[in-house]
Design a protein around this ligand. Structure first.
Ligand code: HEM
Length: 267
């Protein structure tokens, strides 16, 4: 006779024992566990944001702007919630971090594949970043696919084209977007606002991360300084971690949507 199936439990459904077994500290430093947990939680949020962003792209491909707007709202909520976790890291003083920081080298958040995927999928495609993933064939393959596939921005522009807007070239596209930013109350206006809000939240992630980094390590080189130089520049150019991070602050996934706001007029 077959043994009766065990009823599902919270722990087995969520694989809690496995999850709680994934934190391997490299030192006895008190703060290392929070450092690992915060990073792992970020990666989980990135996973969800990527999943939802793919669904946004699909909703646009299927001409479903309302669904795209709703799911973009979820992506924004995920990024906003993740960004709040920098508060936890800031309870770690510079002195506390130095107790285990040297053990991490040359690992760095710069090597977060999922963060780069988020950028590429959103429309911020810079192939130079692939250079820092050369040693891992799986990461390289995933990122190369993300570079080649259409981004959320591409899907948005394709959707506008099918709605009859002129989207061939930046000038007509900008005109179309100015009209949409002005057309408050329409479903397409809400979609544009949801895109801008998502973009703003990603920018806020960058600002918040930079300030936290400056507070914890000041103007020291980052643990990933060699990768940053390999990917982006000559030796010495990005010597300090905050120097590099400051240069990323102006990045926008949907720059034309920001530009359109300059030209909106009330008749
Ligand atoms: C004490 C905590 C942290 C410090 C001191 C720190 C420091 C840095 C530094 C200096 C860089 C520039 C690259 C380098 O020189 O290594 C960087 C990049 C990065 N970090 Fe952090 N970081 C911290 C926490 C986090 C957390 C919690 C995340 C969440 C995933 C994260 C994600 C990233 C990402 C994605 C980049 C690349 C950003 C870009 O290229 O635009 N970091 N970090």
């Amino acid at each position: 006779m077959e043994a009766p199936a065990r009823p599902l439990t919270y722990g087995r459904y969520l694989r809690v024992p496995e999850l709680l077994n994934l934190q391997s500290c490299l030192s006895d430093a008190h703060d290392e566990l929070q450092f690992i947990v915060v990073h792992q939680v970020f990666e989980l949020w990135f996973k969800l944001a990527l999943f939802e962003l793919e669904a946004v792209r699909e909703a646009l491909d299927r001409d479903r702007p309302d669904l795209a707007t709703r799911l973009l709202g979820r992506c924004t909520a995920v990024l906003r919630t993740a960004t709040a976790a920098f508060d936890v890291l800031e309870t770690m003083r510079p002195w506390d971090f130095l107790e285990f920081r040297s053990r991490l080298k040359p690992a760095s958040g710069f090597q977060s594949r999922q963060f780069r995927e988020l950028e590429f999928l959103s429309g911020l495609k810079d192939p130079r970043y692939l250079r820092s993933f050369g040693s891992d064939p799986e990461d390289s393959a995933v990122l190369r696919r993300r570079l080649e596939e259409p981004s959320v921005w591409d899907a948005f522009v394709g959707f506008l084209g099918r709605q009859g807007f002129a989207v061939d070239g930046e000038a007509p596209l900008l005109q179309a977007l100015i009209g949409l930013v002005r057309d408050t109350g329409s479903a397409l206006n809400q979609l544009c606002e949801a895109l801008v809000e998502y973009d703003e939240t990603l920018a806020l992630w960058r600002y918040r991360h930079l300030l936290m980094v400056e507070r914890v390590i000041g103007a020291r080189p980052g643990t990933g300084v060699e990768d940053v130089q390999k990917a982006l520049g000559q030796a010495g150019e990005y010597f300090t971690g905050v120097g590099y991070l400051r240069e990323t602050l102006p990045k926008r996934c949907f720059p034309l949507l920001w530009e359109a706001r300059t030209f909106v007029e009330r008749e």
